[in-house]
Design a protein. Structure first.
Length: 146
């Protein structure tokens, strides 16, 4: 394990899973981190550190492994940064869904249409547009409703 990161200052704690550790040691590292963060930080601080851990682990490990290891970490989900990352992913997925589904109805969008769709960042507005695809006949008609 990487004892300095686990026993050092809280700010270096997110680096512990990135050290020269074996994958089999990760659950113990995460448990140690969880214990320290529960004991030594506020929920908000812990959330920021868990979010940093999630992002940094994603640089070294497969997303499925990171998700499984951090599955029970509630403080992370309360982090404003984590919530912003999740919302951004939701928005990107809805934008891509809108472009893909609408392309089947209206044809491939030109670059200006694609830019307009990617400029819509409100998840609710994107959902409403997806709901209206069958009620419109063109890209312009669909996007006029937004």
């Amino acid at each position: 394990m990487f004892p300095n990161a686990l026993s050092g200052g809280l700010s270096i704690l997110p680096l512990a899973p990135l050290a020269a550790v074996e994958e089999k040691d990760l659950p113990a590292i995460i448990r140690t981190m969880e214990h320290r963060l529960r004991q030594e930080t506020t929920t908000a601080e812990a959330g920021k550190l868990w979010t940093a851990t999630d992002v940094l682990m994603g640089l070294r490990y497969p997303q499925a492994l990171v998700a499984a290891l951090l599955q029970g970490v509630h403080a992370m989900k309360e982090s404003v940064t984590y919530q912003a990352i999740v919302e951004e992913k939701v928005v990107q997925a809805r934008q891509e869904d809108l472009l893909q589904i609408s392309s089947k109805r209206f044809g491939k969008p030109d670059e200006s249409i694609a830019r307009r769709v990617r400029g819509i960042v409100d998840p609710k507005a994107l959902s409403k547009l997806v709901d209206r695809i069958l009620d419109t006949a063109t890209w312009d008609e669909l996007l006029t409703l937004s």
